[in-house]
Every structure is written in structure tokens, then in C-alpha cells.
Design a protein around this ligand. Structure first.
Ligand code: NAD
Length: 226
């Protein structure tokens, strides 16, 4: 069976990373337009760099959780493609081998003059003056609000080919990523894991109202028995 996992910030909440929209989420502390847009970068690269340094430091100090591990373990039984909105690397660290990052990767940096120059951040801290091979300041390898999402066509094809769409920890409110769920074939099973109500218009969806770990335990038991 071809399973596509569409994951969002809620999947990493039990690893200690904050989501954006929940109470206590990142947007309560920061104005997104001051840290996650191209305009923010141009206006105040120091602030943006500091914001992502904090996120990266926390990521280096955190671990994947049970839900990430169970998603990875499903590969023993099925073909599993992860399409994630998350910028952390927990899917990879948990052992998933097919991971598409829609919104970039926190542990990568890239040139501000040449998009093809992408580097691994070996350390959490990026300083002003850290430059690419062509001498320009390194920026986070993140898709900011207002930027295009280059991996969308690849992700769309993956979702269209899925027999089973497993949506975990996303409010389905950040577009275009949220629109992916609507591309599933009518005969595909759709399961949603989220402790909260998620507003959608997807038709027949089985909503498991649990946190990612408990919800994945339930889904893993079912899918590994098929
Ligand atoms: P969101 O914050 O809009 O929604 C998070 C969803 O997760 C909510 O529906 C919430 O009810 C649910 N949730 C909260 N705790 C959960 C848990 N323990 N288990 C399962 N679900 C839980 O996040 P989004 O839909 O991913 O979109 C926001 C954007 O934020 C994305 O573009 C993403 O790139 C970015 N983001 C990423 C990270 C990360 O990489 N870990 C963290 C914060 C934000």
C-alpha cells in the first residue's frame, strides 16, 4: 500500500517544539511578519537570524518522539512517503527514508545570491558575516511566507498516487501545503490525527482525536497488521 504522511508542527509538539497556532505557540511571542518573510530578512537580518538560531538550538537539543518513530517503522510493512511542513529533521532521525520538506530545513543554510548553494549547519548558531562560497550572507534554508513552495508539484504527485493519506498535527490552514489533502483520490483512505478540531472540507475523514504519539500507536497497530 502507498501511504503518504502529511505532517505539521503538532507532530513535533511532544518533542518539545512549539507549534505556531496553539496556545503558547510561536506566534504569540513573535510577529511572523518580523521573522518569517523576505521583507523581514531585508529589514532586520540580525533579528531573523537570532530567531532561527533559537529554533535551531532547540532542535539540536531535542529528539524525535514516538509518533516519528512509528511512522518510520511503517516502512517495514508499506511504501511510506512523508511530506512534511516541518522544518525539523525528526522524521529523518527517527529513520524515515523518504521525506519531502515543503517548507525547508532548519539545519540547512543557503546563499542569498545563489539558491543552489545550500549548506549543512553543523552548529546551531549562525552569525552575521557567515557567508556562502560567493561571499553573501547565509540565510535559513526556509520557505518564508510570501515565497513560492518549489516542492509543491512533487508533493502533489505523491498525494495523488496515495492509497492512504495520514494527516498528523497540522491545522490545515497554511496554504498551499494545506491544499495537498484535497488532491487525494476519492478511493484513498484519509485519517487525521489531531487532538483539536481541524476545519476542513475533505469529505469522509476518520479523525483520531489524540496527540500524535497515541494516535500513531493506534494507526500503527492497524496498518502493520494489514
Ligand atoms: P499549526 O501550528 O498551524 O497547527 C498545529 C496543529 O497541531 C494544530 O491543529 C494542533 O491542534 C495540532 N497539535 C498540537 N499538539 C499536537 C500533538 N501533541 N499531537 C498532534 N497534533 C497536535 O501547524 P502547521 O499546520 O504545521 O502549519 C504551520 C507552519 O508552521 C508550517 O508551515 C510549519 O512549517 C511551521 N512550523 C514548523 C515547526 C517544526 O518544524 N517543528 C514548528 C512550528 C511551526
Amino acid at each position: 500500500m502507498e501511504i503518504v504522511v502529511l505532517s505539521g508542527a503538532g507532530l513535533s509538539a511532544e518533542s518539545g517544539l512549539k507549534t505556531f497556532r496553539d496556545n503558547g505557540g510561536l506566534w504569540e511571542e513573535y510577529d511572523v511578519y518580523q521573522v518569517a518573510t523576505p521583507e523581514a530578512w531585508h529589514a532586520n537580518p540580525e533579528l531573523v537570524t537570532r530567531f532561527y538560531n533559537q529554533r535551531r538550538k532547540q532542535l539540536f537539543e531535542s529528539e524525535p518522539n514516538l509518533a516519528h518513530r512509528l511512522i518510520a517503522k511503517l516502512e517495514a510493512y508499506h511504501s511510506v512517503q512523508v511530506v512534511t511542513q516541518n522544518i525539523d529533521d525528526f522524521h529523518e532521525r527517527a529513520g524515515s527514508t523518504r521525506v519531502l520538506h515543503l517548507h525547508g530545513e532548519l539545519k540547512k543554510l543557503r546563499s542569498t545570491v545563489d539558491d543552489t548553494l545550500v549548506y549543512e549547519a553543523g552548529h546551531w548558531e549562525v552569525k552575521m558575516g557567515d557567508v556562502c562560497a560567493r561571499g553573501s550572507q547565509l540565510r535559513p534554508h526556509i520557505v518564508w511566507f510570501g515565497e513560492s513552495v518549489p516542492q509543491m508539484p512533487v508533493a502533489e504527485k505523491m498525494v495523488r498516487e496515495a492509497d492512504f493519506l495520514l494527516i498528523v498535527g497540522t491545522s490545515l490552514s497554511v496554504y498551499p501545503a494545506a491544499g495537498l489533502a484535497y488532491l487525494a483520490r476519492p478511493e484513498a483512505n484519509i485519517v487525521l490525527i489531531d487532538p483539536a478540531e481541524v476545519t476542513h472540507d475533505l469529505g469522509e475523514v476518520r479523525h483520531i482525536r489524540e496527540k500524535a504519539g497515541a494516535g500513531m500507536q493506534c494507526v500503527y497497530e492497524e496498518l502493520s497488521a494489514l
